[in-house]
Design a protein around this ligand. Structure first.
Ligand code: ITT
Length: 193
């Protein structure tokens, strides 16, 4: 099995990627390689932030690695929170606080159209590659479901009548933004490595 580092401090994301990439790859997290520093996401796009994370790890350890940056884009809010999804309600805000703020901002707003977007940056043998995944949906009026993380309780993917947080992880991991981007990554790795 080949080893690859997923440059994330988010345990939920690491678990999701491990499930999606379980065939043929051992996915190490940052704690597995002894990297415990927070990498500041100073970019203005998902692509820049994904690149900042994987570049930091590649430069320090010279190993194959990838990172993802994900944002929730809400049409009625001019595609916010986008790159600011993790700190929508302020620096160090919790998932609950971010969801509360989103529901507050959308109070009385009819247009609930939104999309999750993920960009993966991969460093493989010193070269950088990007992969994208996107899923459209709507923001519900209140939370539904206990599974998942982040904005999952209020995101209703198009074509389903349950939120990401109501789905079994197996289903979310098949259809999500991260799953779509990761499928492209896997296809690439299986053909390149
Ligand atoms: P790393 O940068 O360490 O990877 P992070 O938590 O900062 O972890 P992102 O910048 O990619 O992750 O994601 C920003 C926020 O978007 C995240 O904190 C969640 O609130 C939300 N998010 C990301 N992926 C999600 C998903 O699959 N479902 C629901 N919310 C998600």
């Amino acid at each position: 099995m080949k080893e690859i580092v997923f440059a994330t401090n988010n345990e939920n994301k690491l678990q999701e990627i491990r499930n999606i990439l379980s065939d043929g790859f051992i996915v190490l997290g940052l704690s597995d390689i002894g990297f415990n520093t927070d990498i500041p996401e100073t970019g203005t796009t998902l692509q820049q932030n994904a690149s900042i994370k994987s570049t930091t790890i590649y430069k320090q350890y010279n190993i194959n690695c990838f990172s993802d940056d994900t944002g929730l884009e809400v049409e009625a809010l001019g595609n916010k929170p986008g790159v600011f999804s993790a700190r929508y309600a302020g620096i160090n805000s919790t998932y609950d606080e971010n969801v509360d703020k989103l529901l507050q901002e959308l109070k009385g707003v009819e247009n609930r159209v939104a999309a999750f977007s993920t960009v993966i940056s991969l460093f493989l043998n010193g070269k950088e590659y990007f992969f994208e995944g996107r899923i459209s949906g709507t923001i519900t009026h209140k939370r539904h479901g206990e599974r998942g993380f982040g904005y999952d309780p209020v995101f209703l993917p198009d074509g389903y009548n349950v939120t990401f947080a109501q789905m079994l992880p197996e289903l979310k991991n098949k259809i999500s933004h991260r799953a779509l981007a990761t499928k492209k990554l896997v296809f690439f790795l299986q053909n390149e490595v």
